[in-house]
Design a binder for this molecule. Structure first.
Ligand code: AMP
Length: 228
C-alpha cells in the first residue's frame, strides 16, 4: 500500500535533493577520514541535537543529555545545536566539548541574552531570525538527534520529519525516547500512519531509540547507507 507511484516520485526527489544539500560536506568528511585512518569505518558526522532549553528539568534528563554529549565526542563526531548554555542544550554541548568534540552553536541575536550563548564553544554563529537559525542548523548537519524538549524542540523535530517525507532530505532522524517521554507523539504519528496520512511508511522516515548508544548507532548507520 505504501509503494504507489506518487511515493516513488517522492523517493526519487529525495535522492536528488540529497546531492544538492548534503553531498558536499559528507564527501569532505570522508576525505578527511581516509587521510588520517584507513580503518575508520564511518566518516565523522555532524549531528544536529534538538532538546529542551529549560533549566528545571530532572536529574535523569540531564544525565541523558550528558551521555549524549560524551557519546558524540567519543565517536569523534561534531555537534550542531541552538548555541545556548541553558537546559539540556547546555548540558549536551558542555559534555561534548569536554570530550573533545567540535561544537557549533547557531543562535539568533534576540536569544543571545536569554539562552546565554555558551562561552568556550568551537564556533558560535549569530543569526537575525529563528528561521535563519533553523536553516543554518539544517545546512550544517548530517543527521538529527532529538532529546526530550518543549515546543521549540517539537517544532524542529516535526519540520525535519515533514521535509523528509516530502523528499527535501534523507538524513537520519533519531528520536531518543529513553523514558517514554515521546510516547504521546509516537501514538499520534502511528495514527497518521494507520490512516495512510504519511507520504512514506514511518520506518523509512525516522527511528526511535531507547538508549544513547542505540541512538548514536542509528545515526551512524543511517548515514553510512546515505554515503554509498
Ligand atoms: P524548547 O524545546 O522550547 O526548550 O526549545 C529548544 C530550543 O529550540 C531553544 O533553543 C529554542 O530557542 C529553540 N526554538 C524554539 N522555537 C524555535 C523556532 N521557531 N525556530 C528555531 N528554534 C526555536
Amino acid at each position: 500500500h505504501h509503494d504507489d507511484p506518487g511515493r516513488d516520485g517522492c523517493h526519487r526527489r529525495a535522492t536528488t535533493s540529497r546531492s544538492a544539500s548534503g553531498r558536499d560536506r559528507s564527501a569532505a568528511s570522508i576525505g578527511a577520514v581516509t587521510a588520517t585512518s584507513s580503518t575508520e569505518p564511518t566518516a565523522p558526522l555532524s549531528v544536529c541535537v534538538y532538546c529542551s532549553s529549560s533549566d528545571d528539568v530532572s536529574h535523569d534528563l540531564r544525565a541523558l543529555a550528558e551521555a549524549v554529549g560524551t557519546g558524540l565526542a567519543r565517536r569523534g563526531w561534531a555537534m550542531v545545536y541552538g548555541g545556548g548554555a541553558v537546559g539540556l542544550m547546555g548540558v549536551t554541548a558542555r559534555a561534548a566539548l569536554a570530550g573533545g568534540a567540535r561544537v557549533t552553536g547557531v543562535i539568533p541575536d534576540k536569544l543571545v541574552d536569554r539562552e546565554v550563548a555558551l562561552h568556550d564553544i568551537s564556533e558560535l554563529i549569530r543569526t537575525r531570525t529563528m528561521r535563519e537559525r533553523k536553516q543554518l542548523m539544517d545546512d550544517r548537519s548530517d543527521a538529527f538527534l532529538i532529546l526530550p524538549g518543549g515546543i521549540g524542540t517539537l517544532e524542529e523535530l516535526i519540520e525535519m520529519m515533514s521535509l523528509r517525507q516530502l523528499g527535501y532530505h534523507d538524513r537520519p532522524i533519531v528520536v531518543l525516547d529513553a523514558d517514554g517521554f515521546w510516547a504521546p507523539l509516537r501514538r499520534l504519528l502511528q495514527a497518521m500512519d494507520d490512516r495512510r496520512m504519511l507520504h512514506q511508511p514511518m520506518h523509512r522516515l525516522w527511528t526511535y531509540a531507547h538508549d544513547v548508544d542505540a541512538a548514536l548507532d542509528a545515526l551512524g548507520n543511517g548515514t553510512i547507507r546515505r554515503s554509498r
